[in-house]
Design a protein. Structure first.
Length: 149
């Protein structure tokens, strides 16, 4: 019998993450995480080098950049992806943060982050190492009782 449970043992692992695919699907999730997070990290670093015109917009980009670093390595993937999605939707739908014509880019990043939150981290992530499938081999269940009836 092989059952995969989370470390706390209360719920099966599959209830926390949909899958931990490896092989080509895992590589696809890694590529998706990289393609979403690398531009966000770049924008976060670019905000550090420019003058601060709008402190809230700079803070929002920095939050997305730091969360993107965490998402890139696959740590707390559903929570981090949801945080980035909320941040990107906030930037995308506010008239003061995103420059004219950039709204759709932020909405696209939000949609990609929601997809990552729903798909899970994949096998090549810290989440897979921490919460990955654990196999418990119970062994031979046929043993003689100590006190025969």
């Amino acid at each position: 019998m092989q059952i995969a449970y989370a470390e706390d043992g209360n719920e099966p692992l599959q209830l926390r993450f949909s899958t931990f695919p490896d092989g080509w699907p895992g590589a696809g999730l890694l590529l998706l995480r990289a393609s979403v997070t690398l531009p966000l990290i770049y924008w976060g670093l670019a905000d550090l080098s420019r003058t601060v015109a709008n402190a809230i917009a700079t803070f929002s980009d920095l939050v997305a950049g730091v969360a993107a670093l965490v998402l890139l390595v696959g740590l707390w993937t559903p929570v981090t992806a949801a945080l980035i999605a909320i941040d990107e939707l906030w930037i995308g739908f506010s008239a003061t943060f995103a420059p004219q014509g950039e709204h759709w880019v932020h909405i696209l990043f939000a949609a990609l982050c929601v997809s990552l939150a729903m798909l899970g981290p994949g096998a090549w992530s810290i989440d897979a190492r921490r919460f990955g499938r654990k196999v418990f081999d119970i062994g031979d269940r046929t043993r003689t009782p100590k006190h025969p009836l």
